[in-house]
Design a binder for this molecule. Structure first.
Ligand code: PMV
Length: 316
């Protein structure tokens, strides 16, 4: 039996992070330049149930049976087994690799889960529909984030730009005109669960203030959706700046992010903001064909550990 391979892209949140946890909409898009990959091959000479996992990017080489029950890879694999009513897996080798930086707001955890869930289900002869893949990956997300909105697993599974509202039917977005982003990594690891938890504590003591900020973000996100769907991405720069101002008021920005955001704007980006959980990780800047390289250079000169240039476009 040939080895089964599945991949899943990274993602950026374009608008609405954090507010999305409180029921407001958010827009996210896949980033194809970085990918997670799961490869599963049968190991017929080993005893049934012996599953060897090799994940060099996280320094893991272990039998599934030796992983803690709450290990994300174990939750993902057991989720597939439960879904298919299986108590035991055939002996196999599972190799997981990823070029998506960890804890950087690019959805690495969700992409690894989605690639693994897809590969395993297919290996077992029962490929799962996207809806189930996303739902199983969401169970793993809960472990990382505590109270995730579900946006990461959704955009990574469907692999196209999405307009996402928690607990509502998914809406995909088709940009009428493509637009380009520079994604700059501060290199600062910032687990999303921490910023989400800190903001929740602030919200608990002053709901009025934070609900008002979330409402502002919701309006910005709506306008951004219109700009994207009507072929006016040039409006997105101002909207990104406005969204960044709201994120600063939520307390999830950081001097490192703001240095990169300022550098991008100065170098000709039409707008810029942090993307994802904040306090580190990545920022995004809206760039044009001529400003892309200039902005990328300015980001590196101002401390970005890596810059990805990507285009958000219609999915086919
Ligand atoms: O840090 P990331 O890219 O995983 O983004 C999380 C987005 C938040 O809105 C901050 C949290 C969530 O669950 O939606």
């Amino acid at each position: 039996m040939p080895a089964i391979t599945a991949t899943a892209p990274g993602k950026v949140i374009l608008f609405g992070e954090h507010a999305v946890v409180y029921g407001r909409p958010a827009i996210a898009a896949p980033v194809q330049q970085v990918q997670a990959r799961a490869v599963i091959a049968a190991a017929p000479l080993r005893p049934a149930g012996e599953v060897l996992i090799d994940a060099p990017d996280i320094g893991l080489h272990s039998l599934l049976s030796e992983l803690a029950n709450i290990h994300p890879l174990a939750i993902a694999m057991r989720g597939v087994m439960d879904e298919l009513g299986l108590e035991r897996l055939p002996a196999c080798d599972v190799r997981i690799t990823s070029t998506i930086p960890l804890a950087a707001g690019l959805g690495s955890g969700a992409a690894i889960s989605v690639a693994l869930i897809r590969a395993l289900a297919q290996f077992l002869g029962h490929p799962l529909p996207d809806e189930r893949v996303s739902a199983l990956a969401f169970e793993v997300e809960k472990l990382y984030h505590g109270t995730p909105s579900g946006i990461d697993n959704t955009v990574v599974t469907y692999n196209c730009p999405v307009y996402f509202v928690k607990d509502q039917v998914l809406e995909t977005i088709q940009p009428l005109a493509p637009f380009d982003l520079a994604i700059g990594d501060t290199g600062v690891k910032s687990p999303t669960a921490l910023t989400v938890g800190d903001l929740r504590r602030l919200w608990q003591v002053d709901k009025r203030t934070y609900e008002a900020i979330f409402d502002e973000v919701a309006e910005i996100t709506q306008l951004a959706r219109q700009a994207i769907e009507s072929g006016h991405p040039e409006h997105l720069g101002t909207l990104m700046d406005a969204n960044q101002a709201c994120l600063e008021r939520m307390g999830v920005s950081s001097p490192d992010l703001e240095r990169l955001i300022a550098a991008a704007r100065l170098a000709g980006a039409a707008g810029a903001k942090l993307s994802g959980g904040g306090r580190g990780g990545n920022m995004i800047a809206l760039v044009g064909a001529t400003s892309a390289q200039v902005v990328a250079k300015a980001l590196v000169e101002n401390g970005a550990q890596r810059v990805i240039l990507t285009t958000v476009r219609k999915s086919f």
